[in-house]
Design a protein around this ligand. Structure first.
Ligand SMILES: [Zn+2]
Ligand SMILES: [Zn+2]
Length: 338
């Protein structure tokens, strides 16, 4: 079977890999499609130079083979089911896993292909092997939506840890793919309003079309009040934390979702946090309960119209180089491969 391997900046090839055999509690998934996330873009652009590497962690497809014990696992998808899949390693015994915070599992992530090539999901492939416990049935929905299981689970995690409740007034800094998923989820869960802030005219227009109550350039939010209950920062830029704090009403929470350059510091008033009961919460990745919620959301169709808008393009696996080039060179939401 074929798997895409990034061998250097701007270089990707399809390699032949032995078809994996499922262990007793594993399933084999015939990949329907796989989204290109920031990780894939950085590997291909050369800003994360780890080579050779088999990326692709936003994959979905059908179960084509199941290990002998899968039929007796309650709730496990069976042959023929369309699933979204969690390709992270969660070791189980480390302190964070036992504490229910497996997004922060201490075990090094990733595996290897048969020739020792590092795997970071290896979902840009014809077939993937994964533990049945890490697959989630989504019913019969478009496979592009199913392949958004991982990012939707990340956003479920973000909104869950934020303390968001229906009726809350929300702002999102950054109207890229992740900002738009926050918009979609908060609207679906009953936000009173969701405002989006982005530097791009086009992204602001598209966010408004997708249901943002209002949009603004970060340099021009003077008309916005400190009247938000939750502010999600999905674009880690200088000044974003301070801006988010300024948008918070009493008891507001600032959620740091997007990655920041390592050298960015933020300056916040400690007394303001105390007197106004403000919170700053970091969120990273996702956990099994977020996956279950994400799979339920996908199956329900509650986000279907939003997800349709976020599929920028779809390519065959043979054209993975064109897909990666598009994702690196253009502002995109999600480019799908497979
Ligand atoms: Zn991702
Ligand atoms: Zn662990």
């Amino acid at each position: 079977m074929q798997v895409a391997v990034v061998t250097g900046p701007g270089a990707v090839e399809l390699r032949d890999e032995p078809r994996p055999r499922p262990g007793p509690e594993d399933v084999l998934i015939e990949v329907g499609t796989c989204g290109l996330c920031t990780m894939e873009r950085r590997l291909y652009a050369g800003t994360k130079p780890i080579y050779p590497v088999a990326p692709g962690h936003e994959a979905a497809g059908r179960v084509v083979e199941a290990g002998e014990a899968v039929a007796s696992l309650p709730g496990a998808p069976q042959v023929g089911d369309l699933v979204t899949m969690d390709l992270l390693t969660r070791c189980g015994p480390c302190h964070m896993c036992r504490r229910g915070r497996s997004a922060l599992c201490k075990r090094p992530q990733g595996g290897t292909l048969s020739d020792g090539t590092i795997s970071m999901g290896a979902g840009l492939a014809e077939v993937v092997r994964v533990a049945a416990a890490q697959t989630y049935g989504v019913g019969e929905i478009p496979v592009e939506h199913a392949a958004m299981g991982e990012p939707v689970a990340c956003v479920v995690h973000s909104v869950r840890l934020s303390g968001f409740r229906s009726g809350d007034r929300v702002a999102v800094i950054g109207a890229g793919y992740m900002g738009r998923l926050h918009l979609a989820l908060c609207r679906a869960w009953g936000a009173a309003s969701v405002g989006l802030i982005d530097v791009s005219d086009q992204r602001r227009d598209e966010a408004a079309e997708a249901g943002a109550a209002r949009v603004a350039d970060p340099a021009d939010v003077a008309g916005w009040q400190a009247d938000h209950d939750v502010v999600f920062v999905t674009a880690g830029t200088p000044g974003a934390v301070e801006l988010a704090m300024d948008l918070c009403d009493d008891a507001g929470a600032v959620i740091l979702y997007g990655a920041f350059p390592k050298d960015i510091m933020a300056s916040v008033g400690a007394d303001r946090i105390h007197h106004h009961e403000l919170s700053i919460i970091g969120v990273f990745s996702q956990e099994p309960e977020d996956w279950r919620t994400a799979a339920g959301l996908l199956q329900s169709g509650a986000l279907a119209a939003d997800l349709d808008r976020l599929v920028t393009a779809r390519y065959q696996l043979a054209d993975v180089a064109d897909a990666l080039a598009l994702a690196v060179e253009q502002p995109v939401y999600r480019v799908m491969v497979g």
